[in-house]
Write a protein that binds this ligand. Structure first.
Ligand SMILES: Cc1cc2nc3c(=O)[nH]c(=O)nc-3n(C[C@H](O)[C@H](O)[C@H](O)COP(=O)(O)OP(=O)(O)OC[C@H]3O[C@@H](n4cnc5c(N)ncnc54)[C@H](O)[C@@H]3O)c2cc1C
Ligand SMILES: *[C@@H]1O[C@H](CO)[C@@H](O)[C@H](O)[C@H]1NC(C)=O
Ligand SMILES: *[C@@H]1O[C@H](CO)[C@@H](O)[C@H](O)[C@H]1NC(C)=O
Length: 428
């Protein structure tokens, strides 16, 4: 029996949503993307993120890895230099190299990565509805009904499959749990906030001697905070930097704080750190550079990533703490792997050999992806706890442990995370 062309709705046009839409556009399926935002987010809304070699491979599968690497901003980071807040050296952590994995880790602005995906979505004329906020879903034997508000008006569509790629603050997640009759974990503030900016290197005299092509990224651990920085463009005019530290809990709304307020607190906290941390903060205060604020919200591990005809991918399934350096890469892996499973299923349905059966495929997706993702979340949480405020003794211990750890760290340390390739990714 020959099935009809499957109707697939993707909720969320972020990193995972745009990527899965691009993969699915190569299959015999009708795909629409519903994105709540009116348009693309700006740098200040997105900040900086790390794209690991494993994530780069997925972009490669979409033919977009080179496009990303050719943009003006972004930097290859084969090693991260780790220092302490007094300016002393602690160690070096390998981040993967082209020779070893085909790609090094790359630090990019989220907006650049998103643009590369969305440019391709536009080029392929995929159906993206902007300003379309998914409200709720309802599942039945023959489909999933998706309801959304677009430009103030209610819409609905019955689909064969709904992919919830709507991030940490997913609405598909609670609605799907409702269908399953299970209670759902909600995002909780982790106690840590990230803040950052892009600053002119010249506004901090001497900085260009610290960050060089062989030492493009330095991360500094202190007793009360963490600062990372990297040269950020081909012409070496900008430094991208960010802090992560404890801050009292607030709701998501309460985190929309003005730049001035955020910087005053940051200045106090980092006042006794070695060059160039206080200087960078002062430069940001003196300039009209935008500051991005990223409170880290977590969601407890989910029991179910799917129901009958709905599946969660990316941060909707596993809000990935930024300390992993894997948030975007895991979202891309999810997209690549779900597409891989769907490809086999849709192709055999089209050739008339099989009726489409979504639920076992979705169960397999969760079963195969969850162990890897959980391991990365656990490690990220360990790293996050190292960024919390510490006692004098605790800080000494932390430095000592890191020093020993990094001394024995070989490049092969990253093989499990960085060397992973989604099955079939080179065959799209
Ligand atoms: C604006 C923004 C800034 C970010 N900044 C950082 C950062 O500084 N550091 C960091 O490590 N990570 C950051 N992240 C998270 C990082 O992008 C993700 O960890 C990673 O890319 C996983 O991607 P995702 O596609 O699963 O989720 P996201 O990238 O969060 O994408 C989810 C998308 O779904 C949309 N959406 C949400 N709800 C609905 C709804 N009800 N209906 C329709 N669409 C909806 C959102 O607008 C968004 O475009 C940011 C995410 C966003 C959206
Ligand atoms: C990091 O440590 C190295 C080695 O001690 C030092 O040369 C460099 O200036 C430090 N960088 C920063 C940003 O503290
Ligand atoms: C802040 O933390 C307290 C205690 O852990 C908790 O009861 C409260 O709900 C939290 N508030 C927010 C806004 O998360």
């Amino acid at each position: 029996m020959c099935a009809h062309k499957p109707e697939i709705v993707v909720a969320g046009g972020g990193i995972a949503g745009a990527a899965i839409a691009l993969f699915l556009s190569r299959l015999n399926a009708n795909v629409i993307v519903l994105e709540g935002r009116p348009g693309r987010p700006t740098f200040a809304e997105g900040g900086i993120l790390m794209l690991a070699p494993n994530g780069m491979h997925v972009l490669g599968g979409l033919g977009l890895a080179r496009t990303l690497l050719q943009r003006d901003s972004g930097v290859q980071v084969p090693w991260i230099t780790i220092n302490d807040s007094a300016g002393g050296h602690i160690g070096k952590v390998p981040q993967g190299s082209e020779e070893r994995y085909g790609f090094a880790s790359t630090m990019v602005m989220r907006s650049d990565l998103h643009d590369v995906l969305l440019d391709e979505v536009e080029r392929k004329r995929l159906d993206v509805k902007w300003n379309a906020q998914v409200q709720s879903i309802e599942e039945s034997d023959d489909g999933v009904l998706v309801r959304w508000i677009q430009d103030g008006l209610p819409h609905e569509k019955k689909a064969d499959l709904l992919i919830g790629a709507d991030g940490t603050w997913s609405t598909v997640r609670p609605s799907m749990y409702d269908c399953l009759g299970l209670s759902v974990p909600t995002p909780e503030y982790s106690g840590l906030v990230g803040l950052g900016a892009l600053t002119n290197i010249d506004s901090v005299p001497g900085l260009s001697d610290l960050l060089t092509p062989d030492r493009p990224c330095v991360m500094i651990h202190g007793r009360q905070g963490f600062v990372g920085m990297a040269i950020f463009d081909r012409e070496r005019k900008k430094v991208g930097w960010w802090t992560t530290h404890e801050a009292p809990n607030r709701t998501r709304e309460e985190w929309k704080i003005p730049k001035k307020e955020a910087l005053v607190k940051m200045r106090e906290r980092y006042s006794d750190w070695a060059f160039p941390v206080p200087q960078l903060i002062a430069a940001a205060e003196a300039s009209d550079d935008q500051l991005f604020v990223w409170p880290v919200f977590q969601v407890r591990k989910l029991e179910r990533w799917h129901s009958r005809r709905t599946v969660l991918i990316g941060d909707a399934a596993h809000a990935m703490p930024p300390h992993s350096g894997q948030g975007a890469s895991q979202a891309l892996e999810d997209a690549g792997y779900l597409a891989y499973l769907l490809r086999a299923q849709i192709e055999s349905a089209v050739s008339g050999t099989k009726e489409l059966d979504w639920t076992p495929l979705l169960a397999q997706f969760q079963m195969d992806r969850q162990p890897r993702v959980n391991e990365i979340v656990d490690e990220a949480n360990r790293r996050g706890s190292m960024k919390k405020d510490q006692s004098v003794l605790g800080y000494m211990m932390k430095k000592w442990i890191m020093w020993i750890m990094f001394m024995f760290m070989r490049e092969s340390w990253g093989d499990g995370w960085f060397g992973y390739k989604v099955p079939g990714i080179d065959e799209w």
